[in-house]
Design a protein around this ligand. Structure first.
Ligand code: HMG
Ligand code: MG
Length: 303
């Protein structure tokens, strides 16, 4: 049985971030063979966009230092996209040598997090991204832009809505096709989500270009997702088993679990094309690899 609600989209695209946002924050370094199987199982479960890894400096994120090995081993599947994070031109060169079709640059809505995550000021992050986005677009690569700390920052506290809109607009103006609004530390609440999305709308950004990226630190990720759907968002980031966080953001815990998201969407009668049971089995297997149980409520309930 499904129980639809009025005013929601009929289909939602899930942008799976487990292999990147999830594994970048594990203290254990997962062998590349396990990552490869993880990505392939996510695809077999029906996910069509799986953010695979990051071409960042390996000293900054040692968990993803095997990006080359993973991308070399990963079989390409028709209709499946494997975006990778790229901060700068060095990262773009590494990504392009594997023929990637999708990259994501990741900017900060706050000054402090720009310094901590990118070793740059807020303004100079755009100077770093500009040639990356221009070269990628010229090479036919689709570029996503992330804005982090859109709802709050552990060092700066609350983040003003108009500041987030300015940062997001600058990422879109560089040539990003899509902008993912990150609640990096999970402090957002549903009214805040709707206020931010409305502010982007008022600034002339179509909701079709926006995605949401919630972390579940305060248990608000699903409520925030529903609020975003009510605002017309149709791309939702999630992480299998609720893996994840950010190594450069204190108090960033797991992402919204993909299974928890699926339970809600399927109950609402919204199509995703993803097989929940196959995904739960994947997260149970991954939890075994990591030596600890999944934090996802749905994984716990179904396993
Ligand atoms: P930097 O030290 O300022 O780099 O780091 P640099 O440009 O000064 O270069 C220093 C050296 O690093 C040079 O080598 C470069 O070649 C090398 P040398 O000439 O000295 O031998 N280098 C690289 N090597 C490999 N790959 C590269 C690369 N770039 C430079 N791409 C940098 C600047 C941006 C590289 C660094 O700060 C970095 O890698 N940061 C990434 C941090 C990160 O990945 N954080 C997590 C992702 S963001 C996130 O999780 C939030 C999100 O999930 C959304 C949300 O939740 O809100 C997306
Ligand atoms: Mg994140």
């Amino acid at each position: 049985m499904t129980y639809p609600l009025d005013g929601l989209p009929s289909e939602v695209s899930i942008y799976e971030v487990g292999p990147r946002d999830g594994l970048q924050n594990e203290s254990a370094v997962v062998p590349v063979e396990v990552k490869l199987e993880f990505v392939q199982r996510l695809v077999a479960a029906g996910l069509r966009t799986v953010e695979a890894t990051s071409f960042v400096h390996p000293k900054w994120v040692p968990q993803l230092a095997d990006a080359e090995d993973l991308m070399a081993a990963l079989p390409r599947v028709n209709g499946v996209r494997y975006p990778v994070l790229v901060p700068n031109e060095r990262g773009l060169e590494r990504a392009l040598s594997f023929g990637v079709q999708d990259i994501a640059v990741f900017g900060s809505a706050t000054e402090t997090f720009a310094q901590r995550n990118l070793n740059r000021s807020l303004d100079s992050q755009f100077e770093m991204f500009a040639p990356v986005v221009a070269r990628a677009v010229a090479a036919g690569v689709r570029v996503r832009g992330y804005a982090s700390m859109c709802f709050g920052d552990p060092w700066e506290g609350p983040v003003a809505v108009d500041q987030v809109v300015r940062v997001g607009q600058r990422l879109l103006d560089l040539g990003c096709a899509e902008l993912s609004l990150g609640d990096t530390i999970g402090v957002a609440t549903p009214g805040h989500v709707r206020t931010l999305l409305a502010a982007f709308g008022a600034a002339g950004v179509p909701v079709a270009r926006l995605a949401v990226h919630f972390h579940d630190t305060y248990g608000q990720a699903l409520a925030n997702t529903l609020a975003a759907l009510q605002s017309g968002v149709t791309v939702v980031d999630a992480s299998a088993g609720g893996l994840g966080g950010c190594p450069y953001a204190e108090s960033a815990t797991g992402n919204l679990a993909t299974e928890d998201l699926l339970w809600q969407l399927h109950g609402l009668g919204i199509e995703t094309g993803v097989d929940l049971d196959a995904l739960v089995a994947t997260s149970v297997w991954m939890a075994g690899q990591l030596g600890r149980a999944s934090v996802s409520r749905v994984v716990q309930a179904l396993s």
